[in-house]
Design a protein around this ligand. Structure first.
Ligand SMILES: NC(=O)c1ccc[n+]([C@@H]2O[C@H](COP(=O)([O-])OP(=O)(O)OC[C@H]3O[C@@H](n4cnc5c(N)ncnc54)[C@H](O)[C@@H]3O)[C@@H](O)[C@H]2O)c1
Length: 239
């Protein structure tokens, strides 16, 4: 079992953690390496578990407890945290607040991200009405649509704006992340326009493959794919 050091000790042992999050660029670890996608996904699980610990007043935790609450193997957790230059202390473990801040900093979550949702249909309206983004550092600052009957309607504290005014809206609202919740046929054109206007982080729900140039981060959410994978596993359980 690897020795664990307190994060405060780690700061002394590793004076320059080298954590950096450049807008639109992948997160890099203590050695300046890009963190693996799987590690990034697990870091969000650690944060969720740490937030739950904070909510119930736990001040310290161990890699074993954190791993169990995050649903991850403890050895993998220690390896992930070592990529951030973060170490606990054997017998003491991690200070919950410090580790939360450490992971949040590495992931670029100590700043507020300004999100525009393009497409104010069923999905766009549901997303913009969800209160859980703001507390995690993502503020929905604009909701845009092209349909005349949708533009001007109100969702929560946002009024749907006309996509024709996208340029001014992106600039004035200082948008740095865009969410595409439009039909597949409209997605690539909108994606191109967003990139042309300097948006370098795009999350798409559209059921199409989108092309973006180097330097733009595109992520896709596809519940249908997840369901199909579940169906495959369910079928194997039945046989
Ligand atoms: N990835 C997933 O898991 C998932 C789940 C549900 C829906 N979807 C996809 O998300 C998208 C939205 O689904 P929905 O149910 O909200 O559809 P919807 O028809 O209710 O809403 C789409 C909205 O996009 C607007 N729109 C169309 N073209 C536009 C353009 N060029 N500019 C701006 N707005 C435009 C429409 O006016 C409409 O309000 C669809 O592509 C759907 O397939 C994905």
């Amino acid at each position: 079992m690897p020795t664990e050091h307190h994060p405060a000790d780690a700061d002394q042992a590793v004076p320059e953690l080298g954590l950096d999050m450049i807008e639109g660029q992948p997160v890099t670890g203590s050695l300046g390496r890009i963190l693996p996608e799987a590690t990034l996904a697990r870091l969000t699980q650690y944060l969720r578990a740490l937030n739950a610990m904070q909510a119930r007043g736990d001040e310290q935790t161990s890699s074993g407890v954190l791993a169990a609450e995050a649903g991850v193997n403890p050895a993998i957790l220690r390896k992930d945290l070592s990529l951030l230059g973060s170490y606990g202390t054997r017998g003491v473990g991690y200070v919950v607040m410090e580790l939360t801040e450490h992971i949040s900093k590495a992931m670029g979550l100590l700043r507020q991200w300004r999100v525009a949702i393009i497409g104010a249909g069923n999905l766009g309206r549901a997303l913009s009405g969800y209160g859980g983004f703001r507390s995690r550092g993502f503020e929905i600052v604009a909701l845009l649509d092209s349909a005349p009957e949708v533009v001007g309607t109100v969702v929560g504290d946002l009024q749907v704006q006309d996509i024709a005014d996208m340029d001014e809206i992106l600039a004035s609202a200082e948008v740095n992340i865009a969410v595409l919740s439009v039909p597949g046929g409209a997605a690539q054109d909108l994606c191109n326009k967003l990139v042309e206007r300097g948006v370098r982080s795009i999350l798409s729900f559209a059921p199409v493959v989108l092309q973006v140039p180097t330097g733009v981060n595109l992520r896709k959410v596809d519940l249908a794919t997840e369901l199909q994978i579940l169906a495959y596993h369910a079928q194997n359980l039945d046989t």
